[in-house]
Design a protein around this ligand. Structure first.
Ligand code: AMP
Ligand code: ZN
Length: 521
């Protein structure tokens, strides 16, 4: 499959990449710990309600990072967890008079649906906290053995002052934290800064057996355990999440993981900026959230437009910068997507209708395309700068439109270069997770044309085999009926979307294999 990606998208390029590391507060060269492998962990949702726009931004930001790293040829293992045991879930279950398990199940389903609508690729592994309890117990025991944790009346706390590096990610000193601590007084704690690794079960709550009696894990511990268990590494390459997780969540993860293994936990810490509403962070606790579910209802019959507009809105801003959300921004984002659909339409019309005379301008288009590919790559290699990357695509579309205004009669070769330009736009947009269907205008009988459009859609979904087979049959029939221009059109257009058809003595062969891959999602 890697070979297919290689053939399809040209030379894989593991060139220099830079990422901003919250730990060093600098952009650093990205060099994985082991060869081309990247082990990446991103904190997933606590499943007690519908996710909001702020949460979705985090998952989209890391989706683009995941896609780009894979495109660069890294062998990425991406773990994004589900926190399915937590106070909030238990409280919600009480409110709805049901079990915590049912609440988790309901909102995991809703989360997956939202991710599908927004075109967020599933991670390689999506563990739940409740299936990782044994690893959590192991870590707690290790921390107690090392004097970094203590039991108090069925709870277990982390002894923060015993971990010398505490505060290194959030750049806070322990004394400063202590002074500013607005931590609830808990007499069982040795120090107000200590945090819970294990919480004694209360009546009617989900609970697991442990050496300290029945209880459940603390939230911070869950991520340390899931990272260790599913990435199978004491030190991972990338850990991500929203900016709000730096303290205390990620600081505590470091204390637990490094305290337990004695090794650095994470090489690069990446954090996305907030979605604000009127300068205030969007959060359930503030009461200013807009859920993805609400947007889905609004965009009911055109969920693909929601995906594109939503991504446009977020990816036009660098992932680390804040965004002040309002409805108008979403409408604007949707309007800017029209520029893409328009150029696809314009090209489809020209390919189909323009007279075919010989005036080869393909070099001009090829130069523009190769410049776009290079500058786009540099932008994305520079801490995933999708903002610059998208503006480059729009500059390219503007240049294409100018080219088409100036050149009305295109040669066959120029048309070919034009189709390649369109395919380049499509490829780069797919790498950012957009899905703007390529407009295809074939002079075919309606049934065949529909089949063809259907094919393009299916391809976008990665389910191409059947459609490809049907198209090859249509082409065979056309050839048998001596409708050679129709047969050639099918071949050329398939070629334009990356599938080369060659006639061999054994019949037509499609290559490279249209096997689904991540770019096809
Ligand atoms: P939570 O379910 O609150 O733990 O959040 C899930 C993810 O969304 C985490 O990575 C958070 O950092 C991120 N997140 C939450 N609120 C916002 C926001 N307003 N803007 C950006 N990211 C957010
Ligand atoms: Zn986490």
């Amino acid at each position: 499959m890697e070979l297919a990606i290689y053939l399809y998208f040209g030379i894989c390029n593991l060139g220099l990449m830079k990422v901003y590391n919250t730990l060093s507060q600098n952009k650093e060269e990205l060099t994985p710990l082991s060869d081309k492998e990247i082990k990446m962990y991103v904190c997933g949702p606590t499943v007690y309600g519908y996710i909001h726009i702020g949460n979705a931004r985090a998952y989209i930001a890391f989706d683009v990072i995941y896609r780009w790293l894979k495109h660069k040829g890294f062998d990425v293992t991406y773990v994004r967890n589900l926190t399915d045991v937590d106070d909030k879930i238990i409280n919600r279950a009480k409110e709805e008079n049901t079990t915590a398990g049912d609440i988790a199940k309901k909102y995991i389903e809703a989360f997956h649906n939202d991710m599908d609508v927004l075109g967020v690729l599933p991670p390689d592994i999506e563990p739940t906290a409740t299936e990782t309890i044994p690893k959590m117990l192991e870590i707690i025991e290790g921390l107690i053995d090392k004097g970094l944790a203590y039991e108090a009346d069925g709870d277990v706390f982390y002894r923060v002052r015993s971990f010398k590096d505490y505060g290194k990610l959030s750049k806070r000193s322990i004394d400063e934290l202590e002074a500013g601590a607005r931590v609830e007084v808990d007499e069982r704690k040795e120090d107000p800064l200590d945090f819970a690794l294990w919480k004694k079960a209360k009546e009617g709550e989900p609970a697991w057996d442990s050496l300290w009696g029945k209880g459940r894990p603390g939230w911070h511990l869950e991520c340390s355990a899931m990272s260790l268990q599913y990435l199978k590494r004491e030190t991972i390459d990338i850990h991500g999440g929203g900016h709000d997780l730096i303290f205390p969540h990620h600081e505590n993860e470091i204390a637990q993981s490094e305290g337990y293994t004695g090794k650095p936990f994470v090489k690069y810490w990446l954090h996305n900026g907030f979605v604000n509403i009127k300068k205030e962070k969007m959060a359930k606790s503030v009461g200013n959230i807009v859920t993805i579910k609400e947007l889905e209802e609004r965009y009911k019959d055109r969920l693909n437009d929601l995906r594109n507009s939503f991504r446009m809105l977020f990816l036009k801003t660098h992932y680390r910068s804040p965004i002040d959300f309002d409805d108008e921004l979403l409408t604007e984002a949707e309007a800017s997507g029209d520029g893409i659909s328009e150029i696809y339409k314009r090209i489809a019309f020209i390919i189909d209708e323009a007279p075919d005379i010989n005036e080869d301008k393909s070099v001009e288009l090829e130069e523009l395309s190769s410049k776009l590919e290079q500058t786009f790559t540099s932008a994305m290699d520079d801490d995933f700068n999708s903002s610059v990357a998208i503006s480059l695509i729009f500059d390219f579309i503007r240049d294409l439109n100018i080219f088409l205004d100036d050149n009305t009669n295109l040669s066959r070769a120029t048309k070919g270069a034009l189709v390649n330009s369109r395919n380049l736009i499509n490829k780069l947009l797919l790498l950012l997770g957009f899905n703007f269907p390529i407009e295809i205008k074939l002079n075919l009988p309606p049934k065949i044309a529909n089949t063809y459009e259907e094919f393009a859609k299916k391809k976008a979904l990665g389910d191409v085999d059947k459609m490809l087979q049907e198209l090859l049959e249509i082409r065979d029939k056309a050839k048998a009926n001596k409708e050679f221009s129709k047969a050639d059109q099918i071949r050329d257009e398939l070629n334009a979307i990356g599938i080369k058809i060659e006639d061999t003595p054994l019949g037509p062969v499609a290559s490279p294999s249209p096997e689904p891959n991540y770019e096809d999602e």
